[in-house]
Design a protein around this ligand. Structure first.
Ligand code: NAD
Length: 323
């Protein structure tokens, strides 16, 4: 029997509440039967007991086990896992400086990277969703000495989905007809959703693309918070499920994901950067040879610069060592 052991951190949170049923419902890991480990901070563990009960009450045919663990017990929570969704993160609270956010999350992802290295299978694949996801992913990767860097990913699929939907509306075509839309840079308000290489082709001379489309995608997360009073959860969970599918299937179809840069599309090496990617010989690699206008290149560079600044900051905070 094909079995897989999966951990989800932030398991008592709102994204996980949507993601867990997708995983146990068999929508992510194909026919594999699943041992699921739910991890959250100690104070949230009693709530996890309720999530466990609900999943038992679904009697999922793919479920072998579902258990709750405290983030203080990653030796158990990450033991022998094949796939990790790192969703849990410390939120940015009112008045918090970005450096404080990086520092708080950096410490979480440092511990988790070390624990993945110590307790997970060396073949584990790791998808970081918790923000700031690119830099959190970088920190976890740097502390996971026993796991190849190529097995770490940060999620930009939600941004791609947001962009594809808006393009389909603008062009008045079916969503599935919109292809080759990729996110460049950071999962943040500096990201560049590339409309220039989208299929069907768009009219670049129309200022709507730069003036309305790009900022709309860059700030869509904030717009959802404004309207819903809580951040994107269903759409984030769906994007995480889909990214995991691409990863476990080693898909040769291109998709948006942030991963260790090899200098692709002019990105600085050694950072976790989103560019068009696909699996080639089992490794997630840059896809295509897309070109960009001067103005788009400047926007992409601005997002790379932001990632470089985050890197410099975590270096200063002592959260990673220079190799
Ligand atoms: P949430 O606040 O509902 O849940 C977060 C959970 O993480 C909480 O239960 C919290 O207790 C837990 N947590 C905190 N520290 C932890 C640790 N050290 N170990 C394990 N669990 C820990 O938040 P949410 O809406 O589920 O969002 C989770 C994260 O995903 C946030 O950082 C959010 O910004 C991010 N996010 C990313 C994307 C993306 O596209 N990459 C999209 C949406 C949200």
């Amino acid at each position: 029997m094909n079995e897989i052991t999966v951990a989800i951190t932030g398991a008592a949170g709102q994204i996980a509440y949507q993601l867990i049923p997708m995983v146990l419902g068999g929508h992510v890991f194909g026919d594999a039967k699943i041992h699921l480990k739910l991890v959250d901070i100690p104070v949230a563990v009693p709530k996890l007991a309720g999530v466990v009960m609900e999943m038992e009450d679904c009697a999922w045919s793919h479920m072998l086990s579902v258990e709750a663990f405290s983030s203080d017990a990653l030796d158990q929570g990450f033991k022998d896992i094949d796939f990790a969704f790192l969703v849990g993160a410390s939120p940015r609270t009112k008045g918090m400086e970005r450096a404080d956010l990086l520092s708080k999350n950096g410490n979480i992802f440092k511990v988790q990277g070390q624990a993945l290295s110590d307790y997970a299978k060396p073949s584990v694949e790791v998808l970081v969703v918790g923000n700031p996801c690119n830099t959190n992913c970088l920190i976890a990767m740097k502390h996971a000495r026993n796991i190849p860097d190529t097995q770490f990913y940060a999620m930009t699929m939600l941004d791609e989905h947001r962009a594809r939907y808006q393009i389909s509306r603008r062009l008045n075509v079916a969503i599935d007809a919109v292809k080759e839309v990729f996110i460049y840079g950071n999962h943040s308000a500096t990201q560049f959703p590339d409309y220039e290489n989208a299929k069907p082709a768009v009219d670049h001379s129309d200022p709507w693309w730069q003036e309305t489309f790009v900022p709309m995608i860059q700030t869509r997360g904030a717009a959802v918070i404004q309207a819903r009073g809580a951040s994107s959860a269903a759409s984030a969970a769906y994007a995480a499920a889909q990214t995991a599918q691409f990863i476990v299937q080693k898909s040769d179809q291109p998709f948006s994901v942030a991963r260790l840069s090899m200098g692709d599309y002019g990105s600085p090496e050694d950072l976790i950067v989103s560019v068009p990617s696909y699996f080639k010989d089992g490794i997630c690699t840059a896809y295509g040879k897309y070109t960009h206008s001067e103005s788009a290149s400047a926007l992409i560079q601005a997002s790379y610069d932001e990632l470089q600044a985050e890197y410099d900051q975590v270096l200063e905070l002592g959260l990673i060592d220079v190799d």
